[in-house]
Design a protein around this ligand. Structure first.
Ligand SMILES: Cc1cc2nc3c(=O)[nH]c(=O)nc-3n(C[C@H](O)[C@H](O)[C@H](O)COP(=O)(O)OP(=O)(O)OC[C@H]3O[C@@H](n4cnc5c(N)ncnc54)[C@H](O)[C@@H]3O)c2cc1C
Length: 423
């Protein structure tokens, strides 16, 4: 157990992409690693929207944290929520009161949805940041369809309208997945419902979808989604949300029971408790080597931190930034233990991609390569399978995708018990 160890102790907070990469980078180091996460599993967030749209089971995109490190004997796992860090005493505090000392610390606790103070978002919107969020959203949408079968007149009150705030990759992927669920699957489940009245609406403040992609790819995503039945509202934001309706900044009101908030994230609340310099979104402003200024024994990686790449552009909140940052943090700890100086973090941009639905995705790869359509979609499928953790998960996802593709069916249409509608 880590508690009786006398070796140098590295505590890693967060079993997301960044935390796992940091732990792996410490495999051969003469240290005891304690990985801490509030959940006992790693979540593969890029596929959460598929759980929310009944394409995958929750288990397919999660992997037990203890199972990941069976072959790495210097790792112990603690399922605890970290509530604070005493950077001077070098101690992390857990919910419930007890604490754990460290010699080195890696903070990789990610981000949470940001409501930007917009009235009603916190109370009424669904998030899509965690497995619980995805399952709750799926159950809620399916429950709305069951309610509509009982009382079809409620469709006019927005019972089958899903509003997605945010036209970034998550909003686009969710919109594509929902419209496919409605038109290909639920149409057969609910043959008496007039599903032409079901709506998926994407609301985006900017003047285009996928703002971090090339304008040509944004245009393509917009056209494809529109053709498939998604309503896209650009240049307009959410002003307030009340039970049963979303009010937009252009004065319009959309009756709905389902607002999904994908419009932005801020660093997890833990970051704010540290008392260190913050960047945009409350993220920890790290030094070029990803250490926390004034604390060379503490590294912050992934979505909880803010930094810039070699060209001075801010690092995005994406999986590769977290993976490469986590690996760098682990390696810099090894360097310090060996008395070597640390090096600045150099991010290698492997590109980005977003799927728009069956047979269509947009991808921007290094060297200016842009893929769209079926080729982009196949690249998207392959890369997500590759990065998914665990053979069982990959096999399950492959089987589910093949099944969905061949039959237009979605097996995971289970409404969870005891999940109340949020709006
Ligand atoms: C729906 C969705 C889709 C996405 N799609 C893509 C995509 O297609 N491509 C891409 O590159 N990126 C995508 N991203 C972004 C990507 O998933 C994140 O950038 C990445 O997960 C960040 O990794 P991380 O290690 O910093 O944090 P996370 O992966 O969020 O992990 C943080 C971990 O810390 C734990 N934690 C948080 N607070 C505490 C605490 N106080 N105590 C203990 N544990 C704590 C959490 O339980 C979690 O396990 C997506 C994100 C979402 C939400």
């Amino acid at each position: 157990m880590a508690g009786v160890s006398h070796r140098h102790r590295v505590v890693v907070v967060g079993a997301g992409f960044g935390g796992l990469a940091a732990v792996k980078a410490l495999a051969d180091a003469p240290v005891d690693v304690v990985l801490v996460d509030a959940n006992n599993f790693h979540t593969f967030q890029p596929l959460l929207y598929q759980v929310a749209t009944a394409g995958l089971d929750a288990d397919d995109v999660a992997f037990p944290a203890r199972g990941i490190f069976h072959r790495q004997p210097n790792v112990d796992f603690r399922m605890r929520r970290v509530t604070g860090v005493d950077l001077d005493q070098r101690v992390v505090t857990f919910e419930g009161g007890d604490d754990l000392g460290y010699d080195h610390l890696v903070l990789a606790a990610g981000a949470v949805s940001a409501d930007y103070g917009i009235p009603g978002v916190n109370e009424h919107a669904f998030g899509l940041k965690s497995l619980a969020d995805a399952v709750a959203l799926r159950s809620h949408v399916l429950r709305c369809f069951e309610d509509a079968a009982d009382e079809p007149q409620l469709i006019d009150d927005g019972l089958l309208t899903v509003v997605i705030a945010g036209g970034g990759p998550t909003g686009v992927e969710l919109a594509g997945g929902l419209v496919e669920l409605f038109t290909k699957v639920l149409r057969k489940d609910f043959p008496t419902l007039d599903l032409r009245r079901a709506r998926v609406v994407v609301v985006e403040m900017a003047d285009r979808l996928l703002g971090t992609f090339a304008p040509r790819l944004s245009g393509r995503a917009r056209r494809t989604l529109s053709r498939r039945g998604v309503e896209i509202m650009l240049g307009v934001g959410v002003e307030k949300v009340e039970g049963g309706a979303v009010h937009l900044t252009d004065g319009s009101r959309i009756p709905t029971r389902t607002l999904v908030w994908t419009a932005g994230v801020v660093a997890t609340p833990l970051a704010r408790t540290l008392g260190v310099a913050e960047g945009a979104g409350g993220r920890i402003a790290v030094a070029p080597d990803l250490s926390v200024p004034g604390h060379p024994e503490v590294f912050a990686v992934g979505d909880i931190a803010t930094g810039s790449d070699a060209k001075g552009r801010p690092l995005q909140g994406v999986a590769q930034v977290a993976i490469q940052g986590g690996r760098h943090g682990g390696r810099m700890i090894c360097a310090q233990l060996e008395g070597r100086p640390t090096k600045p973090f150099r991010y290698y941009d492997k590109g980005s991609m977003a799927t728009i639905g069956r047979h269509d995705a947009v991808a921007e790869l290094p060297g200016g390569i842009r893929l769209t359509g079926t080729l982009g979609w196949l690249a998207w499928l392959g890369l997500h399978l590759l990065y998914l953790i665990g053979f069982r998960n990959r096999a399950n996802v492959l089987v589910n995708w093949t099944w969905n593709y061949l039959t237009y069916d979605r097996g995971s249409r289970i409404i969870g018990e005891d999940i109340d509608s949020v709006t």
